[in-house]
Design a protein around this ligand. Structure first.
Ligand code: ZN
Length: 314
């Protein structure tokens, strides 16, 4: 009998974190939690299966030994990672490498990511791209500490979606919670950290040279979401490219769904309801994360639910 994989995952304390992840029903280890690695097979924060035949096993283990549950994917490592972030303060100014650079320098995948803004304080901002026109200008602005001139700030609100391909300069601003879908990678090059010190009085490490190597120029093209409405379901398709497809499902009653030749990562970001597969019901509420493995061809959802789902392209 096909079963979804529900997960227990790891919290990460950060200099910029807070305690807003409580809103998802989690009990937090401290008041400085920045990230919940909600669906992760990355060695720096592994999810553990909490139900069914694989209960107690890590996701990377199940992926390694049961590739039939993942459409017999050829990808050596589980390709995606879902996080929820609580930016109680600004994160650092950063950039991620692409696959070629990351494989060579860090021995892992690069990091293309995207953000669904779950909530945002009024007038909160992100940095999305920069204003330098070429490498020479970029290096000069960094060396001259001209951050206001260099960084491209924009206002955001709940419900917005941002695609952040590798090479994009970016920062999540204070007062914002996001659900991030990304490649399974932990390679970040920090460019500027607002001269902040950690609890031991140390500045965090910067990687300016590598950052300059990988930063791209120009601003990522704004993608218009595709919205389709059927009975009790509004589906917003944000993006579909060679890395991932990411959708939002807004459910307001019983809905039947199907998937073919793929598996999907599902995160309940609001509401309550139920998932049913092969006549078995699973209660769902805000803060739950699960994987619909590829042996699950059809399922039903009911209740009032908002989910972000992703499928890998590989
Ligand atoms: Zn990032």
């Amino acid at each position: 009998m096909a079963q979804p994989l529900f997960l227990n995952s790891v919290f990460k304390e950060k200099i910029w974190g807070g305690n807003h992840l409580k809103k998802f029903g989690y009990s937090l280890p401290s008041n400085n939690v920045g990230e919940y690695w909600a669906i992760s097979a990355h060695p720096n924060g592994l999810s553990v299966i909490k139900n069914g035949a694989f209960k107690g096993q890590t996701l990377d283990n199940v992926y390694k030994n049961h590739r039939e549950l993942f459409n017999n994917s050829q990808a050596k490592k589980f390709p995606l990672l879902t996080k929820i972030l609580d930016a109680n303060q600004w994160l650092s100014v950063q950039v991620h490498p692409n696959d070629a650079y990351a494989l060579k320098q860090e021995g892992e995948l690069g990091k293309t990511e995207c953000w669904y803004i779950i909530s945002a304080d009024e007038n909160s901002e992100i940095i999305y791209g920069h204003n330098a026109r070429n490498k020479k200008e970029l290096i000069k602005m960094i060396n001259d500490n001209e951050w206001d001139k260099l960084l491209r700030k924009i206002k955001v609100k709940a419900g917005d979606f941002y695609y952040v391909p590798s090479g994009t300069m970016h920062v999540i601003g204070k007062g914002i919670m996001i659900l991030e879908t990304q490649q399974s990678s932990d390679s970040t090059y920090r460019i500027y950290d607002f001269n902040r010190k950690d609890q031991n009085g140390n500045l965090r490490k910067l990687d300016i040279e590598k950052a300059i190597d990988v930063l791209t120029f120009g601003i990522p093209k704004k993608q218009l979401p595709k919205i389709t409405k059927t009975n009790n379901l509004i589906r917003t398709s944000f993006i579909s490219n060679d890395v991932f497809s990411v959708d939002k499902l807004s459910i307001s009653g019983p809905v039947k769904l199907i998937q073919q030749d793929t598996y999907s990562l599902c995160s309940v970001i609001d509401g309550e309801g139920a998932l049913s597969i092969d006549n078995t019901n699973y209660k769902l509420s805000k803060g739950d994360h699960y994987i619909l493995t590829s042996d699950i061809k059809e399922w039903a959802l009911d209740g009032n639910l908002m989910l972000i789902t992703s499928t890998p392209s590989e």
